[in-house]
Design a protein around this ligand. Sequence first.
Ligand code: IVH
Length: 674
Amino acid sequence: MAAPDKKILAELKKLRAEIDRHNRLYYVDDNPAISDAEYDRLFDHLLEIERQFPELVTPDSPSQRVGAPVSKKFAVVQHRVPMLSLQKVTSEEEFEQFDRRVREGLETSGEIEYITEPKLDGLAVELVYEHGLFVLGSTRGDGRSGENITVNLRTLRTVPLRLSEETAKRCPLLEVRGEVIMKKSAFAHLNDALEANNLPPLANPRNAAAGSLRQLDSSVTASRPLMFYAYGISDTDLESLDRHQRVMELLRHEGFLINDLIAPTTGTEAVGRAFETLQSAREQLDYEIDGMVVKVDRFNQQTILGQISRAPRWAVAWKFAAETAPTVVEEIEFSVGRTGVVTPVATFEPVKVSGVYVSRATLHNADRIQELDIRKGDTVTVRRAGDVIPEVVDVDKSKRVKGTRPVEFRKKCPSCEEPITRSEGEAAHRCLNPACPAQLERRLFHFASKSGFDIEGLGGKLARQLIDEKLVRNPADLFFLTKEQLLPLDLMAEKKAQNLLNAIDQSRTTPLPRLIYALGIPSVGEAAAGLLAGQFETFEKFETTSTEELTAVDGIGPIIAACIGDFFANEGNQSMLKRMREGGVQFPVFQSLAATGKLAGKTFVITGTLSQPRGYFKNLIEEHGGRVASAVSAKTNYLLGGADAGSKLAKARKLGTTIINESGLEQLLNNTND
Ligand code: IVH
C-alpha cells in the first residue's frame, strides 16, 4: 500500500470540506447547489481515497455518516449538566401567572424580553463537542443520564461533526441540546415503504424518530430521514454571549439547524399573539409541535431566576389543547387495577387521536360518569394528551339515540364477584378482596415488568394461568415454582419452562431500586423507588423507617410516606416479604456504580489514536466506576494505548503499568464479577 503524500492529504481535506458544504446547503439551508449525481460523485471519490488509505479515516469524515452494525446495548452516559424539563401552562391566565413570577423574581415591573420557540415533538438529545470535534451524543433519558447513541447521531446530516476553529477555541467544551424529529412527509413515505415491504407501520412521527434513533444497527438510523434542531446549550457562562438569541446565532453559524419560527418576543401580549400565530400555523408545518416554549432571553436574568426541582424558573412550555376526536361508545366496562381500584372504561370503534388509534378511554370514576351522564351508544369526544391515557371529555347529547339508560356502577367486582365498596370521601370504588385474581394478575405483571424484577416470559397470559391454576397467590410464590408445576400449563414446553425458571432465578438479585418499585406500593413509581434506595441503602432500613424520616427525603411527600407506612403495616405484605426472603430473594444493598462497577477503584490513562474519540473511552471507563487521569504516575493501573502512543507509553513501561489496547479494555469489561 502506497503511503499517502501531501497531495492526497490536501485533496482529502478539500473533498471533505466540499461535501460538508453541500450537506449543509442541502439539509440545513434547504438550498442545494449541485445535483444528487454530482454529490454522489464527490462522495464516491472520498470513499475511494479512504479505501486506499484507511489510516486517514477520521471520526469527522462525512463517510462516517453511513452507520455500522453494533451488537451490544447502548451504554449509559451521565449528563454533565442535567437536562431539565419544563413547567407547563395551558392558558393565557396561566402564562400571565408565570410572567408575574418571573417579574417578581427579577424585581421588575417592566416587560420581559422572551424568546418564543415551537415546542418540537421529537426526542431530546445532547451533542458534546470537545475542541470542536463531535465526541459524544446521548438521549435525554431521565435528565441525569441517557443512552450513548453517538454512532447513530453521527449519521444525521444535520449534526455537524466538527465546529469552526474559532468556536473550538472559544468553547473547548460545547454541549449542544436539541430535538431529533422526523418530518410528517418523510414519516408518510417511510410508512408507505414499510407497508410495501409487509412491515408494520409506525404509529406517529415522534415514535418513528425515537425508534429510528435508538437502533442498535446505526445503518438503519442512517437510512431514516431524521433531523436535529438545536435549541440550546448546557452552560450559559460563555464570554460575550449574553442572551439565548446569541447562542442561537452562534449555533446557526456553526451549521446547526435552527428553527425559523424562533423569535424574540417582548411582554405577555406579544407572547399571546405569538402563541395564536403558532397555533394557526401548526397544521401547515411539516413537523409536529405540541406547543410553544417561552424562554427568558437574557442569561443574567436566567441565572437570577434559577430552577425549582427539575425545571427552570425562566422557561415554560405553553401547550396546545390536546387533540380530540369524536366516536360512539360501544360498551362501558369496569377494569380492576393492581390496588383494587375499579375504573370505568368506555370502549369504541378505534379512532385516531393525536396520530394514534385508540379504542378505550377511561371514565375515571363514578362521579365523572354522573357528571358526563355518559351512556352506551352516545357520541363522545375522546382526548389523548401527550403520553396520558385517553379519556372521554365530552358527550354530544344532541346525538343521543332513544332508549338509552344511565350507567349503573357495578356492585360486584367483575373479576372475583366480591362486593365493591366506596369509602367516605374517596372518589374511587375498590374491590377489597386481597385474593382477587384481577388484582393479582396486575400485581404480578407489575412485579415482573422490566422496571421491576424483569422476569422475561412472564406476560399477562402466563400470569393469568399461574393464578387460575393457583400456583401463584402472591408475587413471592414465583420463587417457589418448579418445572413440574409449569410443564402442564398451556403452550408450555421444556425449554420455555426452563427459560422462565432461569429468569426467575436471575431476578433474585434484582437491585434495590427496582425491587422497591416492583412491590407496587401505591404512589411509589420508578423515580421515588430510586430516591428511596439511594437514601436508605438497605431494605431493612427502608422497611423500618418512620414517616418523619421518609418525608425528610427530598422528593418524598406526605402522601407517598403514608402509602409506604400502610404498605408495611399490612400483614399480607409482611408475609409476602418474608416468603420472598425464604424464596432466595437477596434484597441487595444499594450501591452506585462508582463502587460496584467492573472498573471500580482503577485509574486509567488514555493515549495514542484509538478507533473512537477519547471522550468515548473516557465515558466507557467512568461509566463502569473507573477514573481517567491525564498523566501516568505510580497510581495509574492501566494505560489504554492506541496507535502512535508516545511519551506516556514510555513512562508507563518504565513504571511497569499494565498496558492494554481496546480489546484489552473490552476484556476487562467482559470478565470479572458483574
Ligand atoms: S428547552 C430548560 N426548547 O421539551 C430548557 N425544549 O420539557 C429545557 N422541547 O423533552 C428544554 N422543543 O426536548 C426546549 N424549543 C425547545 C423545545 C424543547 C421541544 C422538548 C425538550 C424536552 C421537553 C422539555
